[in-house]
Design a protein around this ligand. Structure first.
Ligand code: BES
Ligand code: ZN
Ligand code: ZN
Length: 491
């Protein structure tokens, strides 16, 4: 999205979005419309919540093609409520099929007492909500029209300054959505590794371990998942050292199964296409690293992606196989569809061993059970550290990427003891599938503060959300960006 900030003006083409206010500019505008704005404000069906709106085609006294009048609550705004207001305007604009829009923000709409800051957050939400994945749509009527938005600001330079880090975040979110949306015949492990390599242009140090190196190290849990695929598996590290010191990094680890057929424990055909986004966790890591480097975050962060394709073939892993993981623990594989935890077992172990992080957070589209428990609103999260859990919850509340804290407990851990190896990769069928998956991961985490976020229900949304159109959401990028900003950046 081409986002610009300008002084309040009356545009002469495109869609004109007026967020209701009663400043002098709007009084003039009302005069020019012969009191039309006041009449709209007083419409009986135009009272109530933030985001309520009316659309007037060919409005009297104006040259624009459509006037869209939007109601914004007068109560105190937050960064998130303003982004959501921008998102609401964005979704209205998508429906109008205009190419250009001008959004008039009244002086009364402020964030921390600042109207220029409010404009930046409205712009951010608008850009996020209007991104769509239409590159494969041949017909123009199926493609998005909106390309350029101007947002009014009383202080253009200030708005630009406030918007710069949000634009960096936007670029990360959109990269995540892009790689999650692309089908698995495009996004395979090598594609993801190349994307990580491209981030070197932003100052990130990328290291790629190929199958030979991983075999030498002993990453048999990860390699076993990829062995039925003709595509090579990779473990990719992206280091961003923005703190200016050599302090230990925060590590973010993502499940990157570029397609999950289930392997020999093959999934049913219905909805199997959705398993193209089983690399969603690694997509979040990639986009987050792009955002951090683009805004030059003053923190040391390492992003790690475990990249494999889970396919059934003559060389595929079998149920009953036993592999020795990098940690030395042996794993009995009783279901080849519980593959994400196998990839993460080696990725987590390697990450804590090599980077000695001060904390480690993994994201994974790990279990169908989390969708049963929480649907598509909340991601489930687990942690061995109450402080880290509280920080994640706080960042979640600020960004509207909702998470629900679920328990880890020795009693659940018992459920993954194997009779023939150190651990088995599924529970005994007594429910709590998301928890036993988390317990499995915890066996590959030592004393480092760690959290696991199961994004199987939130990485993709069929309906569309406040800040995303239907499809890939990039859930986790904004949450972790906020966490890093609040807890890991030096001033
Ligand atoms: N990738 C799936 C989890 C998933 C399911 C993500 C639905 C998004 C939507 C994961 O690899 C998987 O297949 N998990 C199994 C585990 C089971 C075999 C213990 C599951 O959840 O059914
Ligand atoms: Zn699976
Ligand atoms: Zn999977």
């Amino acid at each position: 999205m081409d986002t610009q900030f300008t002084s309040p003006t009356v545009p002469t083409s495109g869609a004109f979005v007026v967020i209701i206010g009663d400043d002098d500019f709007q009084k003039d505008l009302d005069g020019r419309m012969a009191g039309g704005l006041t009449k709209i404000k007083n419409l009986p069906d135009f009272k109530g919540k933030c985001g309520d709106h009316v659309i007037i085609p060919a409005p009297h006294g104006l040259d624009v093609s459509k006037l869209i009048v939007v109601h914004a609550e007068s109560a105190e705004h937050t960064a998130q409520s303003l982004a959501e207001l921008g998102g609401k305007i964005g979704s209205i604009l998508l429906g109008t099929r205009e190419e250009e829009a001008f959004v008039l923000v009244p002086y009364a709409v402020k964030l921390d007492g600042c109207s220029a800051r409010a404009s930046a957050h409205i712009a951010h939400g608008l850009a996020l909500r209007t991104w769509t994945f239409d590159k494969y749509m041949g017909k123009k009527e199926n493609k998005k029209m909106l390309v350029r938005v101007q947002i009014s600001s009383p202080k253009i330079a200030d708005s630009k300054e406030f918007f710069a880090p949000l634009k960096a975040l936007e670029s990360g979110v959109l990269l995540t959505r892009h790689v999650v949306s692309e089908p698995a015949n495009v996004v395979d492990p090598a594609y993801m590794a190349n994307q990580a390599k491209e981030l070197e242009a932003l100052g990130i140090k990328t290291t790629i371990l190929d199958e030979k190196e991983m075999a030498r190290l002993g990453m048999n849990a990860l390699l076993g998942v990829g062995q039925g695929s003709v595509k090579d598996s990779y473990l990719v590290m992206m280091e961003w050292n923005g703190s200016g010191t050599d302090e230990a990094p925060l590590a973010i680890v993502g499940k990157g199964v570029t397609f999950d057929t289930g392997g020999i424990s093959i999934k049913p055909s219905g909805d199997m296409d959705e398993m193209k986004w089983d690399m969603g966790g690694s997509g979040v890591v990639l986009g987050l690293m792009k955002a951090l480097a683009s805004r030059k975050a003053k923190a040391n962060v390492v992003g790690v992606m475990g990249l494999v394709e889970n396919m059934p073939d003559g060389n595929a892993q079998r149920p009953g196989d036993i592999v020795t993981s990098l940690s030395g623990q042996t794993i009995e594989i009783l279901n080849t569809d519980a593959e994400g935890r196998l990839v993460l077992a080696d990725a987590l172990w390697y990450t804590q061993d090599r980077f000695k992080p001060k904390a480690m957070i993994d994201l994974a589209t790990l279990t169908g059970a989390i969708v049963v428990a929480l649907g598509h609103e909340y991601a489930g999260f687990f942690s061995n550290d109450m402080g880290l859990a509280a920080h994640i919850k706080a960042a979640s509340v600020k960004t509207g990427e909702k998470v629900w804290h679920l328990p880890l407990d020795d009693a659940y851990d018992q459920d993954i003891n194997s009779t023939i190896a150190d651990v088995k990769n599924i529970g005994s069928g007594r429910g709590a599938g998301s928890i036993t998956a988390a317990q499995f991961l915890q066996r590959f985490v030592n004393n480092v503060p760690w959290a696991h976020i199961d994004i199987a229900g939130t990485a993709w949304d069929k309906k569309g959300k406040a800040l995303s159109a239907k499809g890939a959401t990039a859930f986790g990028v904004r949450l972790l960006n906020q966490l890093i900003q609040d807890q890991y950046e030096t001033a």
